[in-house]
Design a protein around this ligand. Structure first.
Ligand code: TRP
Length: 359
């Protein structure tokens, strides 16, 4: 179930009144896709499109967002292909949904500049990702006993990271997107995009649609193998399309408490169970919960079942993934065709925006 949290009602800009609702989301290719990406982002985004057949759904690779982190061109290309193949293997249908690579749509960057000219620097100072980076540097300096001055702590922040939310706003506003399905960690970015759109509209008229985020409370926070949020940065991910052996190793690496084999186990604090329930249907989830509570299953057996469940579900997607990765020119062709459609959809917005600023 999706929810709209603490968000004002959406009032579409006049000009988009007669167009279908636009659902849009992107992921940046900064690491090999993992179960957290699937559960937290890909699955809910695809489900939303399935539930809203009358809407336009757009999904994209936020590849230039990844450049704030990825500095290795070969790796960068691999990550883009992996992410594209992942979306399709997980059920994205490029014939029904617009699927493209951000950097193939130059209008994104034009709009990004225009928006940055009416966005206050103070708004960017408040963005979590930037603040977290500054915090890390501040702590690093304090640990090494140095004085903390503003220049030093910002040295590790590239301008891409700083203006990241503006580029993200451009991604969204370019298509007058109304709904943006994202994980919890991205909610602030959508609020910033709203602020940016509202500010632009105050100066130039009712041009841009104010977007709303959609996040799913039951899936938004999938734990990694150590209990923190599943993230490449924490090295606690379970790969989606690695080998079966990698999958098994990651699942057997999930932290468990020290309950002995026959002891009752608490599903509420069990990472194995938290992950299991994301994949199992209700019956299987109930059965697993009962077996844990009644001490009728060991952690080892529970992990074995989790592995079988996920491995079974991934069997077909893995075949699609591998086929695509073996023919990367096919991925490129799909993305190029998607970019053509995306640019078509972006054209009316850019026309109004350019006109609004007086170009
Ligand atoms: N910031 C998002 C992430 O880290 C990726 C992203 C870029 C995005 N542009 C977007 C998500 C627009 C939704 C809408 O995964």
């Amino acid at each position: 179930m999706n929810r709209l949290v603490n968000q004002p009602a959406n009032r579409p800009a006049n000009r988009s009144m007669h167009r279908p609702d636009v659902i849009l989301t992107g992921i940046k290719p900064t690491g090999s896709p993992h179960l957290g990406n699937y559960i937290g982002a890909i699955r809910p985004a695809l489900a939303l499109a399935r539930r809203s057949p009358e809407a336009h759904a757009l999904y994209f690779l936020a590849d230039y967002h990844a450049l704030t982190l990825v500095k290795d061109p070969v790796r960068f290309r691999d990550l883009c292909h992996e992410l594209a193949a992942t979306w399709i293997a997980c059920g994205l249908d490029p014939d029904r949904q617009v699927f493209y690579r951000q950097s193939d749509v130059p209008e994104v960057f034009e709009l990004s500049w225009i928006l940055s000219c009416s966005t206050s620097k103070g708004l960017m100072n408040r963005a979590h990702a930037y603040k977290a980076q500054v915090d890390r540097h501040t702590r690093g300096h304090m640990r090494s006993g140095g004085d903390v001055d503003a220049g030093d702590v910002e040295a590790g922040v590239n301008m891409g990271l700083y203006s990241y939310p503006i580029l993200m706003a451009a991604d969204i506003l370019l298509f007058q997107a109304k709904y943006v399905p994202v994980g919890r960690d991205q909610e602030q970015h959508i609020e910033i995009a709203r602020d940016i759109a509202a500010r632009f509209n105050r100066s130039f008229g009712d041009v841009l649609t104010l977007p709303l985020y959609l996040s799913d409370p039951s899936t938004a926070e999938i734990p990694g193998t150590d209990g923190r949020k599943m993230s490449k940065a924490y090295n606690n991910t379970i790969p989606l399309f690695g080998s079966r052996e990698q999958l098994r190793r990651a699942i057997f690496g999930i932290k468990t408490d020290s309950s002995p084999p026959g002891a009752p186990k608490d599903p509420g604090t069990s990472l194995v169970f938290q992950i299991y329930r994301q994949f199992a249907d209700e019956d299987r989830t109930d059965t697993m919960r009962n077996r844990l509570v009644q001490g009728r299953i060991t952690w080892k057996a529970a992990k074995e079942e989790l592995f079988d469940l996920i491995d079974g579900l991934l069997e077909r997607p893995r075949a699609v993934y591998e086929e695509l990765m073996a023919d990367r020119s096919r991925i490129d062709r799909l993305l190029e065709a998607g970019a053509c459609s995306a640019r078509e959809l972006a054209r009316p917005t850019m026309e109004i925006v350019r006109q609004a600023v007086g170009r």
